[in-house]
Design a protein around this ligand. Sequence first.
Ligand code: SF4
Length: 242
Amino acid sequence: MGYIAEAKRLGFDRVQFTGGEPLLHPQIAGFVTSARRIFGDVGVTTNGTHLPRRSTELFDAGISRVHVSLQAESLELANADTWRVPADLVEAADWLSNHGVVVRFNLPIAIDALDKAQEFLFATRASAWRFNLFALLPTPFAPIQGHPDYLRHLSTIAREASDGWNAGKEPRVTIRGYVSPSGVRCPSCQQRSRCTEQSRSLRLGVDEILRPCLASREWDIHPKDGSLVERMRAATLLAIDW
Ligand code: SF4
């Protein structure tokens, strides 16, 4: 927990356990409990497969948010024409929401799935769930994903699906689109041409490598690079682009 305590001292405001798949780890609940002794907001990002089995354990450990990353294929299993969250996941998500845990679904939305996404968000409006819609990145093979109408349509869907939502300050539906990297070190970064987003978080790997930029390994800080306090300070300054 040395890293997490140091993160608190440096001003971070929440901890999120990610993966791989964090719910495969037998001690994930213990990690959440330990992190909650330091941070008020502690979450996991999961593919949802083990959430029905582990949601009670996570709640008892003090989890405050669960982000479920789904693909369109997972939503199409029940019905090919309409997206549906699998029944056991609905039960777990509702149970957690009803117990005050923020449940958010992360959904990548392709340009040909905009109508299905709109229907899906309308059909789930009675739930307490939140959604983060991920715009797909343009590639040389699918440049259409970067078409301005795609992002505009996605924004409209998110805004309309959030209308009337009054649970807290965050909108019900948010978008993760493209953010042009504009940090002071970005012009000199070798990965600038491939980078589509300037991250404002700091990732700690199980190998204790600190990653201030998710788009690149160029700025990684390794255990040999100094003491924990020195490395956390350096990585934080990079992450916030000081
Ligand atoms: S990887 Fe980091 S430093 Fe490089 S362009 Fe992206 S945000 Fe900037």
